[in-house]
Design a binder for this molecule. Structure first.
Ligand SMILES: *[C@@H]1O[C@H](CO)[C@@H](O)[C@H](O)[C@H]1NC(C)=O
Length: 366
Protein backbone atom coordinates (compact mmCIF):
# COMPACT_ATOMS: atom_id res chain seq x y z
CA UNK A 1 0.00 0.00 0.00
CA UNK A 2 1.51 3.34 -1.01
CA UNK A 3 1.70 6.17 1.45
CA UNK A 4 -0.95 8.07 -0.54
CA UNK A 5 -3.36 5.14 -0.48
CA UNK A 6 -2.72 4.82 3.22
CA UNK A 7 -3.58 8.47 3.82
CA UNK A 8 -6.68 8.18 1.66
CA UNK A 9 -7.74 5.08 3.58
CA UNK A 10 -7.20 6.94 6.86
CA UNK A 11 -9.41 9.81 5.72
CA UNK A 12 -12.00 7.43 4.43
CA UNK A 13 -12.04 5.58 7.74
CA UNK A 14 -12.39 8.84 9.66
CA UNK A 15 -15.16 9.94 7.32
CA UNK A 16 -17.04 6.69 7.75
CA UNK A 17 -16.70 6.95 11.53
CA UNK A 18 -18.11 10.50 11.47
CA UNK A 19 -20.86 9.76 8.99
CA UNK A 20 -21.91 6.65 10.89
CA UNK A 21 -22.40 8.68 14.04
CA UNK A 22 -23.01 6.63 17.14
CA UNK A 23 -21.24 3.30 17.50
CA UNK A 24 -23.29 0.21 16.72
CA UNK A 25 -23.08 -0.92 20.33
CA UNK A 26 -24.79 2.28 21.55
CA UNK A 27 -27.44 1.96 18.87
CA UNK A 28 -28.11 -1.64 19.84
CA UNK A 29 -28.35 -0.73 23.54
CA UNK A 30 -30.93 1.94 22.68
CA UNK A 31 -32.93 -0.43 20.51
CA UNK A 32 -32.99 -2.99 23.34
CA UNK A 33 -34.10 -0.21 25.72
CA UNK A 34 -36.84 0.79 23.30
CA UNK A 35 -37.98 -2.83 22.90
CA UNK A 36 -39.08 -3.05 26.55
CA UNK A 37 -41.21 0.12 26.33
CA UNK A 38 -44.46 0.93 24.63
CA UNK A 39 -45.37 4.53 23.80
CA UNK A 40 -48.67 4.39 21.94
CA UNK A 41 -49.66 8.02 21.34
CA UNK A 42 -46.78 10.22 20.28
CA UNK A 43 -44.66 8.00 18.09
CA UNK A 44 -41.50 8.96 19.92
CA UNK A 45 -39.79 5.69 19.15
CA UNK A 46 -40.65 5.88 15.48
CA UNK A 47 -37.93 8.53 15.27
CA UNK A 48 -35.47 5.89 16.51
CA UNK A 49 -34.60 4.53 13.09
CA UNK A 50 -31.59 4.75 10.81
CA UNK A 51 -28.05 3.97 11.81
CA UNK A 52 -27.01 7.24 13.43
CA UNK A 53 -28.64 7.33 16.85
CA UNK A 54 -27.02 10.71 17.44
CA UNK A 55 -29.13 12.32 14.74
CA UNK A 56 -32.87 12.90 15.01
CA UNK A 57 -33.53 10.18 17.55
CA UNK A 58 -36.06 11.84 19.84
CA UNK A 59 -34.64 12.48 23.29
CA UNK A 60 -31.13 11.25 22.49
CA UNK A 61 -28.05 13.39 22.38
CA UNK A 62 -24.42 12.48 21.99
CA UNK A 63 -21.10 13.85 22.98
CA UNK A 64 -19.97 15.70 19.80
CA UNK A 65 -16.34 14.69 20.16
CA UNK A 66 -16.72 10.92 20.33
CA UNK A 67 -20.34 10.46 19.15
CA UNK A 68 -21.16 8.41 22.22
CA UNK A 69 -24.69 8.62 23.62
CA UNK A 70 -24.57 11.08 26.55
CA UNK A 71 -28.18 11.97 27.34
CA UNK A 72 -31.51 10.20 27.37
CA UNK A 73 -34.09 12.92 27.89
CA UNK A 74 -37.64 11.56 27.64
CA UNK A 75 -40.19 13.68 29.46
CA UNK A 76 -43.88 12.91 29.41
CA UNK A 77 -44.78 16.45 30.52
CA UNK A 78 -43.26 18.79 28.03
CA UNK A 79 -43.91 21.63 25.60
CA UNK A 80 -42.23 19.75 22.81
CA UNK A 81 -43.97 20.09 19.41
CA UNK A 82 -44.36 16.30 19.27
CA UNK A 83 -47.04 16.63 22.01
CA UNK A 84 -48.85 19.44 20.19
CA UNK A 85 -48.81 17.50 16.96
CA UNK A 86 -50.40 14.52 18.68
CA UNK A 87 -52.88 16.83 20.41
CA UNK A 88 -51.84 15.57 23.83
CA UNK A 89 -50.70 17.43 26.89
CA UNK A 90 -49.16 14.51 28.73
CA UNK A 91 -47.39 11.36 27.75
CA UNK A 92 -48.12 7.76 28.55
CA UNK A 93 -45.80 4.80 28.36
CA UNK A 94 -45.93 1.26 29.62
CA UNK A 95 -43.24 -1.38 29.88
CA UNK A 96 -40.07 -1.28 31.91
CA UNK A 97 -36.56 0.17 31.92
CA UNK A 98 -34.29 -2.41 30.33
CA UNK A 99 -30.88 -3.05 31.95
CA UNK A 100 -29.47 -2.66 28.43
CA UNK A 101 -29.46 1.07 29.22
CA UNK A 102 -26.35 0.31 31.30
CA UNK A 103 -24.41 -0.59 28.16
CA UNK A 104 -24.47 3.12 27.37
CA UNK A 105 -21.50 3.62 29.63
CA UNK A 106 -20.96 7.28 28.75
CA UNK A 107 -24.38 8.41 29.87
CA UNK A 108 -24.43 11.60 31.93
CA UNK A 109 -28.20 12.10 31.99
CA UNK A 110 -31.10 9.70 32.29
CA UNK A 111 -34.46 11.44 32.32
CA UNK A 112 -37.41 9.11 31.85
CA UNK A 113 -40.03 11.20 33.61
CA UNK A 114 -43.78 11.49 33.94
CA UNK A 115 -44.85 8.62 31.72
CA UNK A 116 -47.30 7.45 34.38
CA UNK A 117 -47.18 3.73 33.70
CA UNK A 118 -43.60 2.56 33.27
CA UNK A 119 -43.28 -0.21 35.84
CA UNK A 120 -40.75 -2.75 37.06
CA UNK A 121 -37.51 -2.15 38.92
CA UNK A 122 -34.83 0.47 38.55
CA UNK A 123 -32.05 -1.66 37.00
CA UNK A 124 -29.32 -2.12 39.62
CA UNK A 125 -26.68 -1.75 36.95
CA UNK A 126 -27.32 2.02 36.63
CA UNK A 127 -25.11 2.35 39.69
CA UNK A 128 -22.16 1.35 37.52
CA UNK A 129 -22.54 4.23 35.07
CA UNK A 130 -19.45 6.23 36.00
CA UNK A 131 -20.38 9.58 34.42
CA UNK A 132 -24.00 9.79 35.47
CA UNK A 133 -24.98 13.24 36.79
CA UNK A 134 -28.75 13.23 36.53
CA UNK A 135 -31.10 10.32 37.25
CA UNK A 136 -34.68 11.51 36.97
CA UNK A 137 -37.39 8.83 36.87
CA UNK A 138 -40.18 10.88 38.50
CA UNK A 139 -43.82 10.12 37.83
CA UNK A 140 -43.86 6.51 36.74
CA UNK A 141 -44.93 3.31 38.44
CA UNK A 142 -41.52 1.91 39.31
CA UNK A 143 -41.43 -0.59 42.15
CA UNK A 144 -38.86 -2.53 44.13
CA UNK A 145 -35.96 -1.02 46.01
CA UNK A 146 -33.71 1.90 45.27
CA UNK A 147 -30.53 0.14 44.02
CA UNK A 148 -28.47 -0.59 47.17
CA UNK A 149 -25.25 0.51 45.48
CA UNK A 150 -26.68 3.92 44.49
CA UNK A 151 -23.85 5.51 46.50
CA UNK A 152 -21.41 4.50 43.74
CA UNK A 153 -22.75 7.38 41.67
CA UNK A 154 -20.27 9.91 43.01
CA UNK A 155 -20.95 12.42 40.24
CA UNK A 156 -24.71 12.36 40.54
CA UNK A 157 -26.14 15.81 41.31
CA UNK A 158 -29.85 15.08 40.82
CA UNK A 159 -31.67 11.98 42.04
CA UNK A 160 -35.39 12.27 41.45
CA UNK A 161 -37.42 9.11 42.00
CA UNK A 162 -40.56 10.85 43.30
CA UNK A 163 -44.08 9.70 42.50
CA UNK A 164 -43.39 6.04 41.99
CA UNK A 165 -44.15 2.91 43.97
CA UNK A 166 -40.72 2.23 45.46
CA UNK A 167 -40.38 0.22 48.66
CA UNK A 168 -37.51 -0.82 50.91
CA UNK A 169 -35.32 1.63 52.76
CA UNK A 170 -33.13 4.56 51.83
CA UNK A 171 -29.91 2.68 50.98
CA UNK A 172 -27.24 3.49 53.57
CA UNK A 173 -24.78 4.01 50.69
CA UNK A 174 -26.69 7.15 49.69
CA UNK A 175 -24.53 9.25 51.99
CA UNK A 176 -21.56 8.56 49.71
CA UNK A 177 -23.09 10.57 46.87
CA UNK A 178 -20.76 13.45 47.50
CA UNK A 179 -22.03 15.57 44.59
CA UNK A 180 -25.73 15.19 45.29
CA UNK A 181 -27.56 18.52 45.33
CA UNK A 182 -31.18 17.57 44.75
CA UNK A 183 -32.76 14.48 46.30
CA UNK A 184 -36.45 13.86 45.71
CA UNK A 185 -37.99 10.59 46.89
CA UNK A 186 -41.46 11.98 47.69
CA UNK A 187 -44.61 9.93 47.29
CA UNK A 188 -43.33 6.39 47.35
CA UNK A 189 -43.63 3.69 50.00
CA UNK A 190 -40.08 3.94 51.29
CA UNK A 191 -39.70 2.71 54.87
CA UNK A 192 -36.98 2.42 57.50
CA UNK A 193 -34.98 5.23 59.01
CA UNK A 194 -33.17 8.18 57.52
CA UNK A 195 -29.46 7.21 57.76
CA UNK A 196 -28.00 8.82 60.88
CA UNK A 197 -25.01 10.08 58.88
CA UNK A 198 -27.25 11.80 56.31
CA UNK A 199 -25.29 14.98 57.05
CA UNK A 200 -22.42 13.61 54.93
CA UNK A 201 -24.36 14.85 51.89
CA UNK A 202 -22.70 18.24 52.16
CA UNK A 203 -23.73 19.48 48.69
CA UNK A 204 -27.43 18.90 49.23
CA UNK A 205 -29.74 21.87 48.82
CA UNK A 206 -33.08 20.05 48.60
CA UNK A 207 -33.96 16.89 50.53
CA UNK A 208 -37.53 15.91 49.78
CA UNK A 209 -38.60 12.69 51.46
CA UNK A 210 -42.28 13.46 52.17
CA UNK A 211 -45.19 11.06 51.68
CA UNK A 212 -43.40 7.83 52.51
CA UNK A 213 -43.38 5.45 55.46
CA UNK A 214 -40.18 6.54 57.13
CA UNK A 215 -39.77 5.84 60.83
CA UNK A 216 -37.12 6.66 63.42
CA UNK A 217 -36.09 10.18 64.29
CA UNK A 218 -34.71 13.21 62.47
CA UNK A 219 -30.92 12.74 62.43
CA UNK A 220 -29.28 15.80 63.95
CA UNK A 221 -26.48 15.46 61.38
CA UNK A 222 -28.90 16.99 58.84
CA UNK A 223 -28.24 20.33 60.50
CA UNK A 224 -24.61 20.21 59.33
CA UNK A 225 -25.65 20.39 55.67
CA UNK A 226 -24.65 23.97 55.06
CA UNK A 227 -26.47 24.44 51.74
CA UNK A 228 -29.73 22.76 52.65
CA UNK A 229 -32.57 25.13 51.79
CA UNK A 230 -35.57 22.83 51.54
CA UNK A 231 -36.24 19.90 53.85
CA UNK A 232 -39.47 17.95 53.47
CA UNK A 233 -40.07 15.00 55.78
CA UNK A 234 -43.85 15.46 55.88
CA UNK A 235 -46.37 12.61 55.92
CA UNK A 236 -44.17 9.89 57.32
CA UNK A 237 -44.05 8.13 60.68
CA UNK A 238 -41.11 9.98 62.11
CA UNK A 239 -41.02 10.35 65.89
CA UNK A 240 -38.69 11.82 68.49
CA UNK A 241 -37.94 15.49 68.98
CA UNK A 242 -36.99 18.21 66.51
CA UNK A 243 -33.21 18.64 66.81
CA UNK A 244 -32.48 22.09 68.21
CA UNK A 245 -29.71 22.52 65.59
CA UNK A 246 -32.22 22.61 62.71
CA UNK A 247 -33.00 26.16 63.78
CA UNK A 248 -29.39 27.17 63.33
CA UNK A 249 -29.10 26.17 59.68
CA UNK A 250 -27.84 29.10 57.62
CA UNK A 251 -29.93 28.84 54.44
CA UNK A 252 -32.88 26.65 55.42
CA UNK A 253 -35.97 28.36 54.07
CA UNK A 254 -38.64 25.65 53.89
CA UNK A 255 -39.15 23.03 56.58
CA UNK A 256 -42.07 20.64 56.30
CA UNK A 257 -42.36 18.14 59.14
CA UNK A 258 -46.17 17.97 59.14
CA UNK A 259 -48.08 14.73 59.60
CA UNK A 260 -45.63 12.70 61.62
CA UNK A 261 -45.38 11.57 65.24
CA UNK A 262 -42.91 14.19 66.41
CA UNK A 263 -43.05 15.02 70.12
CA UNK A 264 -41.28 17.30 72.55
CA UNK A 265 -41.17 21.08 72.42
CA UNK A 266 -40.69 23.38 69.45
CA UNK A 267 -37.08 24.58 69.59
CA UNK A 268 -37.00 28.35 69.98
CA UNK A 269 -34.21 28.48 67.39
CA UNK A 270 -36.67 27.31 64.73
CA UNK A 271 -39.02 30.24 65.29
CA UNK A 272 -36.32 32.86 65.78
CA UNK A 273 -34.48 31.79 62.61
CA UNK A 274 -35.10 34.64 60.18
CA UNK A 275 -34.38 32.61 57.03
CA UNK A 276 -37.15 30.05 57.45
CA UNK A 277 -40.15 31.36 55.52
CA UNK A 278 -42.28 28.23 55.42
CA UNK A 279 -42.58 26.12 58.54
CA UNK A 280 -45.17 23.38 58.78
CA UNK A 281 -45.25 21.37 62.01
CA UNK A 282 -48.95 20.55 61.77
CA UNK A 283 -50.35 17.18 62.87
CA UNK A 284 -47.68 16.00 65.27
CA UNK A 285 -47.59 15.57 69.04
CA UNK A 286 -45.67 18.72 69.91
CA UNK A 287 -46.19 19.98 73.42
CA UNK A 288 -45.19 22.80 75.72
CA UNK A 289 -45.76 26.44 74.86
CA UNK A 290 -44.90 28.26 71.63
CA UNK A 291 -41.53 29.96 72.22
CA UNK A 292 -42.00 33.73 72.44
CA UNK A 293 -39.00 34.50 70.25
CA UNK A 294 -40.28 36.31 67.15
CA UNK A 295 -38.58 39.53 66.17
CA UNK A 296 -38.61 42.38 63.65
CA UNK A 297 -36.85 40.18 61.06
CA UNK A 298 -39.23 37.24 61.41
CA UNK A 299 -40.77 36.63 58.00
CA UNK A 300 -43.08 33.64 57.61
CA UNK A 301 -45.10 33.15 54.47
CA UNK A 302 -46.65 30.18 56.23
CA UNK A 303 -46.42 29.12 59.85
CA UNK A 304 -48.59 26.10 60.58
CA UNK A 305 -48.52 24.69 64.12
CA UNK A 306 -52.05 23.28 64.03
CA UNK A 307 -53.12 19.87 65.36
CA UNK A 308 -50.58 19.49 68.17
CA UNK A 309 -50.74 19.61 71.95
CA UNK A 310 -49.42 23.14 72.38
CA UNK A 311 -50.40 24.92 75.59
CA UNK A 312 -50.08 28.40 77.03
CA UNK A 313 -50.55 31.76 75.32
CA UNK A 314 -50.06 32.95 71.77
CA UNK A 315 -46.62 34.63 71.80
CA UNK A 316 -46.91 38.39 71.99
CA UNK A 317 -43.76 38.90 69.92
CA UNK A 318 -45.66 37.63 66.83
CA UNK A 319 -47.14 41.12 66.49
CA UNK A 320 -43.63 42.50 66.09
CA UNK A 321 -42.79 40.22 63.16
CA UNK A 322 -41.99 41.77 59.80
CA UNK A 323 -44.53 39.55 58.08
CA UNK A 324 -46.68 36.54 58.93
CA UNK A 325 -48.73 35.42 55.93
CA UNK A 326 -50.61 32.27 56.72
CA UNK A 327 -50.79 31.40 60.43
CA UNK A 328 -52.57 28.31 61.76
CA UNK A 329 -52.67 27.63 65.50
CA UNK A 330 -55.92 25.66 65.45
CA UNK A 331 -56.50 22.33 67.23
CA UNK A 332 -54.17 22.85 70.18
CA UNK A 333 -54.69 23.67 73.85
CA UNK A 334 -53.84 27.35 73.72
CA UNK A 335 -55.47 29.77 76.10
CA UNK A 336 -55.69 33.48 76.80
CA UNK A 337 -56.19 36.62 74.71
CA UNK A 338 -55.27 36.75 71.03
CA UNK A 339 -52.71 39.58 70.69
CA UNK A 340 -53.82 42.80 69.05
CA UNK A 341 -52.19 44.15 65.86
CA UNK A 342 -50.67 42.58 62.76
CA UNK A 343 -51.08 39.80 61.66
CA UNK A 344 -54.02 39.06 63.98
CA UNK A 345 -56.23 41.80 62.53
CA UNK A 346 -56.57 40.05 59.22
CA UNK A 347 -56.63 36.40 60.32
CA UNK A 348 -59.86 34.44 60.37
CA UNK A 349 -61.32 32.47 63.25
CA UNK A 350 -60.27 29.20 61.59
CA UNK A 351 -56.64 30.01 62.47
CA UNK A 352 -57.58 29.68 66.15
CA UNK A 353 -60.33 27.02 66.06
CA UNK A 354 -60.49 24.22 68.60
CA UNK A 355 -58.25 25.48 71.35
CA UNK A 356 -58.97 25.43 75.06
CA UNK A 357 -59.73 29.02 75.95
CA UNK A 358 -58.54 31.55 73.40
CA UNK A 359 -60.47 34.79 73.24
CA UNK A 360 -60.46 38.17 71.53
CA UNK A 361 -60.83 39.19 67.88
CA UNK A 362 -61.65 37.23 65.66
CA UNK A 363 -63.05 34.96 68.39
CA UNK A 364 -65.42 36.00 71.19
CA UNK A 365 -64.38 38.93 73.33
CA UNK A 366 -62.42 38.07 76.45
C1 LIG B 1 -49.34 21.85 56.68
O1 LIG B 1 -49.52 20.46 56.66
C2 LIG B 1 -50.85 20.03 56.79
C3 LIG B 1 -50.87 18.54 56.96
O2 LIG B 1 -50.08 17.91 56.01
C4 LIG B 1 -51.63 20.53 55.60
O3 LIG B 1 -52.98 20.11 55.69
C5 LIG B 1 -51.55 22.05 55.57
O4 LIG B 1 -52.21 22.55 54.44
C6 LIG B 1 -50.11 22.51 55.56
N1 LIG B 1 -50.09 23.95 55.79
C7 LIG B 1 -49.64 24.81 54.88
C8 LIG B 1 -49.65 26.24 55.26
O5 LIG B 1 -49.23 24.47 53.79
Amino acid sequence: MSRLTFVICLFAAAFVALAAGCPASDREALLAFKASLNEPYLGIFQTWSGTDCCRNWYGISCNPTDQRVADINLRGESEDPIFLKAGRSGGYMTGSISPSICNLDRLTTIIIADWKAISGDIPNCVTSLPSLRVLDLVGNRLSGRIPPAIGNLRKLTVLNLADNDLTGDIPPSIVQMSSLMHLDLRSNRISGQIPSDFGKLTMLSRALLGRNQLTGTIPSSIATIYRLADLDLSMNRIGGCIPEQLGEMPVLSTLNLDCNAISGQIPGSLLSNTGIGILNLSRNSLEGSIPDVFGPKSYFMALDLSHNNLKGKIPGTLTGAKYIGHLDLSHNHLCGPIPIGEPFERLEASSFDSNDCLCGNPLRTC
